[in-house]
Design a protein around this ligand. Structure first.
Ligand SMILES: [Zn+2]
Ligand SMILES: [Zn+2]
Length: 267
């Protein structure tokens, strides 16, 4: 079963990525929430080439994937969940919720540490927000979050199935909540009780620092409510709010090279 999942993982991940990417791109094209500041072409090329670059780099540098590492930890009986003999379904659910809390905490950390913020701000310098913004992360930030993920897998004994499911859910949710999608307000209100919606996450990309430092959640909206980092709506409203960062308004700096060197540039 596990062998089958490991073999199927690349196809599963690529397949869900392509299906959800196309769906979000079509939906945001037909039901846009905001007008774009910049033509799609330049941003899409930069964001998607950064994502492809990150995938290749990770393949080349990491000797094993998160799922293979989880399998190794399970064989060694490492980690809390590998010591408790819970029903597998419950174990998977608990692992996914804990991993979501960990990436919430990691996101807060990347905003509050000056060096880490230099890496994470690459994600925040996008002056529009759409499905491709979900892929706009600097490779060093991706590498550090892999390190955190590997530590969580070893300490908590997260099963390979939970790792695969979490990765698929996280990637799918990131594309959904970054998309420039106008969801009916009543539906948004129901969904955001549980999950992070596009309107929920857009507040986090506001140029207003108080709003940037809120709504850190990726999947579940509960963490922002518990830790009081939740802001329901942007002060200027979704139509008029400005996205991105004050010091980074250059529309021409969207190439792969510009995104890669951005953390090493002065403010
Ligand atoms: Zn952020
Ligand atoms: Zn974001």
């Amino acid at each position: 079963m596990i062998d089958m999942m490991l073999t199927a993982e690349p196809a599963l991940r690529l397949g869900t990525f392509l299906i959800l990417f196309t769906l979000c791109a079509l939906l945001e094209a037909y039901f846009p929430r905001r007008d774009r500041e910049q033509p799609r072409k330049a941003r899409w090329w930069g964001n998607l080439s950064l994502s492809a670059f990150n995938t290749l780099l990770l393949r080349l540098l990491l000797p094993l994937s998160a799922t293979e590492f989880a399998l190794y930890c399970a064989d060694q009986h490492w980690g809390l969940l590998n010591l408790l003999n819970w029903w597998h379904g419950l174990e998977i659910l608990v692992a996914i919720v804990i991993m979501d809390l960990i990436i919430y905490a990691q996101h807060v950390l990347f905003h509050h540490n000056a060096l880490l913020w230099r890496l994470h701000r690459v994600h925040h310098t996008d002056i529009d927000l759409d499905v491709t913004s979900a892929a706009r992360f600097h490779p060093i930030e991706i590498g550090l979050s892999m390190l955190i993920k590997f530590s969580a897998i070893a300490l908590l004994g997260i099963s390979p199935v939970a790792v695969i499911l979490f990765e698929v859910i996280l990637n799918g949710m990131a594309m959904f909540n970054h998309s420039n999608l106008r969801l009916p307000l009543a539906i948004d209100a129901i969904l955001r009780n549980m999950i992070v919606t596009p309107d929920f996450h857009r507040v986090h990309h506001s140029i207003n620092p108080k709003e940037t430092n809120s709504n850190y959640g990726f999947n579940l909206s509960v963490w922002d409510r518990i830790f009081q980092t939740y802001r329901p709506q942007p002060v200027q409203g979704h139509d008029h709010m400005i996205l991105g960062l004050e010091q980074h308004r250059e529309t021409q700096k969207t190439s792969l090279k510009a995104l890669l060197i951005q953390p090493f540039r002065a403010e």
